[in-house]
Design a binder for this molecule. Structure first.
Ligand code: FES
Length: 98
């Protein structure tokens, strides 16, 4: 049981099991999606979830705090930090744009 993660900018797709982090997906797929701190503090890894938010882990308090600091009103409810998200459910499709 997997969920398909597509990284639109890089024309990449990978099937992953629930529990995998988006950071794992990026590293396994060869995506150029940038990371900085990898700890939910810098905002470098902010992305837009085009489809499949319901298959991802919910935003953490840390993620809410950093997104509020970096967005200056430009983020949408679908803006997430890649280093903080995990695949939460199987049998879905998550499409990510950065
Ligand atoms: S890499 Fe710094 S917040 Fe994700």
């Amino acid at each position: 049981m997997t969920t398909r993660v597509e990284i639109i900018n890089d024309f990449l797709a990978i099937n992953v099991k629930p529990g995998a982090t988006i950071q794992d997906v990026v590293e396994a797929s060869g995506s150029a999606l940038p990371f900085g701190c990898r700890d939910g503090q810098c905002g470098t890894c902010a992305v837009e979830i085009v489809q499949g938010m319901e298959f991802l882990s919910p935003k953490t308090d840390k993620e809410f705090k950093v997104l509020k600091e970096i967005c200056f009103g430009t983020c949408t409810p679908n803006t997430r930090l890649s280093c903080q998200m995990k695949i939460d459910k199987a049998n879905g499709v998550v499409r990510i744009k950065y």
